[in-house]
Design a protein around this ligand. Sequence first.
Ligand SMILES: N[C@@H](CCC(=O)N[C@@H](CS)C(=O)NCC(=O)O)C(=O)O
Ligand SMILES: [Fe+2]
Length: 355
Amino acid sequence: MLIFRQLFDPQSSTYTYLLADSGEAVLIDPVFEQVRRDAALLAELGLKLRWTLETHVHADHVTGAWLLRRRLGSAIALGAASGAEGADRLLADGESVEFGRRRLEVRTTPGHTSGCVTYVLDDESKAFTGDCLLIRGTGRTDFQQGDPRVMYRSVRARIFALPERCLLYPAHDYRGLTATSVGEEKRFNPRLGGDIGEGDFAGHMNNLRLPHPKQIDVAVPANLQCGRPADERAEAAEPDWAPLTYTFAGVWELQPRWLEENPHAVQVLDVREPAEFEGALGRIRGAVLIPLGALPERVAELARDRPVVAVCRAGSRSARATAILQQAGFDKVANLAGGMLRWRAEGHPVEGGAA
Ligand SMILES: N[C@@H](CCC(=O)N[C@@H](CS)C(=O)NCC(=O)O)C(=O)O
Ligand SMILES: [Fe+2]
């Protein structure tokens, strides 16, 4: 069964798409700053990332392709006309990229840039149009060899040639719209739908007068290297004080076993109510009790120079505690995965509690 997710980067209004089948995934247009999030989702869904696919060399954000390859071993592919270096595969018109039992077909759709491609799912139920066709709009054509007449022909001959029911997913939307269809855009696209001709479209596009993307001077050179930063150390530092897991929910988690083996490396913060702390589940030796409701007022009781591991009954309240601590400026914070329930179930030592 096809797995499909639409992910959003609020900074650049970029959509990243996850498609997967039989345990194998592709990401279309991943964003550098969202690699940690995307890797967490892949791990939670039990997916192996085979490919990162670019619709084009982006001007407004750096792709996550290089960083994902480094972290997860995925291969990088993008259009042959992109001019990018360092890809594992350069895609020509009509070629396919496979994942599980499914595949995406490559259609060259230049116009926003000369190297733009659209990826069409094998059954033509979905297509990923990059910055060629947007929802009731189009990508701009005023830089990176953009050309409105070329874009018009790409849309009309390559995208509008798909079945009307085919859902279209762009690389951006600046109003929060998420998807459209070939039938809808043929009728309602205000720039090139209906009877609008190539000259009309060029007239519209040549008068947009948009400011250049804020990131263009950083993004284009990095993306021409598939997202390899000029300074490789620019990669966001991962916490190294313990083997933490980042969840798609946005929480740093620590496994119970490591805490049992490294009891003096951290301060354990128990955020349950006093009766629970004294109750049947027991508590972790040395844990400091600050009930969650009192934590915002009592953060000063915790040392700022030692990592904090938050714990509660099942891991929910302590997850909230990690967010409160991060807001209060603590940078080494983690949630004890599964809380006291899992700590007990796995037989780790407790103080107090029922035998
Ligand atoms: N304000 C945005 C502008 C982004 C931008 O220009 N996006 C390009 C795609 S790379 C586009 O085609 N935009 C179409 C539009 O803004 O109508 C930024 O600085 O990043
Ligand atoms: Fe773009």
